[in-house]
Design a protein around this ligand. Structure first.
Ligand SMILES: *Cc1c(COP(=O)(O)O)cnc(C)c1O
Length: 368
């Protein structure tokens, strides 16, 4: 029997292959590889999909976070509150700008930052809050927006894993003043390399982000402020324009696959992920909680089932920003880092493959 992959991108791309090839050929023909017409077209399409008034595409999801922080003038010594349990990008760019990452613990059910923890971490130096929609489910955005407003801080939703998920009738990406996403190939909406975007409610801020990604140029060769080079390739925009019209449908396929896992795994000695009633997940990952994670992962591997650990070392324990970060205990993040295991997943996973995963898990969890 063949191995069940964590993510089978080839299968997804096979479905759009002819359209992708044609889109790439069009870009080669027109030759405008940098900020070509497809980039603006994609920005408009992403705004209409998400409901975010303005979209500025950039080179990757990490730069998107950095551009958002630059656009609100984050300065050395400013504090930015973010999740202790996530991919490193937000923590990294906060530290890179000389600001102080303030890590708060997550809720053990949703894996997202808990509003009361955010509130407890506020100081007079708090300038921004970066909640993450981990594994595809948006955080408690309304409460976090409210807390931020009282503290005069800006909310930047890191929607790299949740872009497009629904939350009280709106979509992740359009839930706060600023939001970011990533088009890294393995993300729910991925391109064929690196890519990212910033979403924004304010037109002036959006225009500033558009300048910052182009070396801070206000016009050609006039640099009005220090920026970066963070453009989205026209080729990647062209690929995303092929995929975006199918994205809502792919999200539904992911949700059906998650429901199948929920049913198949309900009798096993593990905890399946929970989604709050007022929102949906787009299931960037399907992660289960296990008491004996590392042993179970070995059994799955022996049975030809790939799996992965997101994330083995929480951000408050990472060496890179130990010297700057505000230290606090994050026991839930520590526990999740020891217990979570991501199962094979994707819009194209079949029920038969999922059953094989469930059977392997069942074998691993049955006492011998
Ligand atoms: C992937 C990811 C990023 C960074 O995106 P890149 O495009 O790889 O730079 C940021 N935040 C989260 C939560 C991510 O999963």
């Amino acid at each position: 029997m063949s191995e069940i992959k964590l993510l089978d991108l080839a299968r997804t791309h096979a479905r759009y292959r002819a359209q992708i090839d044609a889109a790439i050929a069009r870009v080669i023909d027109h030759g405008r590889f940098i900020i070509g017409p497809e980039v603006a077209e994609l920005e408009a399409a992403l705004s209409s999909f998400s409901g975010a008034p303005h979209t500025v595409c950039c080179a990757n999801g990490t730069d998107a976070l950095m551009l958002a922080l630059m656009a609100i003038d984050i300065r050395p010594g400013d504090e930015v509150i973010t999740s202790a349990f996530s991919f490193a990008a937000a923590a990294e760019v906060i530290a890179l700008l000389g600001a102080i990452p303030v890590f708060v613990d997550v809720d053990p059910e949703s894996f997202n930052i808990a509003p009361r923890e955010v509130e407890a971490a506020l100081t007079t130096k708090t300038r921004a809050i970066i909640p993450v929609g981990l594994f595809g489910q948006p955080a408690e955005m309304d409460s976090i927006n409210q807390i931020a407003e009282q503290a005069n801080a800006v909310v930047i939703e890191d929607a790299a894993q949740s872009f497009g998920a629904s939350y009280r009738g709106r979509r992740s990406g359009a839930l706060s003043a600023l939001a970011t996403t990533s088009f890294f190939p393995a993300k729910p909406l991925g391109c064929l390399g690196d890519g990212g975007a910033v979403f924004c409610s304010d037109r002036d801020v959006a225009q500033r982000i558009a300048r910052l990604r182009l070396h801070g140029q206000s016009e050609r060769f006039v640099h009005s402020e220090v920026g970066v080079n963070s453009r989205l390739d026209t080729l990647q925009a062209a690929v995303l324009l092929v995929k975006l019209p199918h994205y809502a449908h792919e999200i539904e396929a992911r949700q059906r696959a998650a429901q199948r896992y929920d049913a198949m795994l309900s009798k096993l000695a593990l905890a399946t992920p929970k989604v709050a009633n007022d929102r949906s997940s787009i299931w960037a990952q399907y992660c289960v909680r296990l008491q004996d994670r590392d042993r179970v992962q070995t059994v799955l591997q022996e049975r030809g089932v790939q799996s992965a650990v997101y994330y083995p070392l929480p951000l408050h324990r990472q060496p890179a920003w130990q010297h700057v970060a505000v230290q606090a205990a994050c026991p839930n993040a520590d526990r999740l880092a020891a217990q979570l295991l991501a199962l094979p997943f994707g819009a194209d996973i079949t029920a038969a493959e999922q059953q094989r995963v469930a059977d392997a898990l069942s074998a691993a969890l049955t006492p011998r």
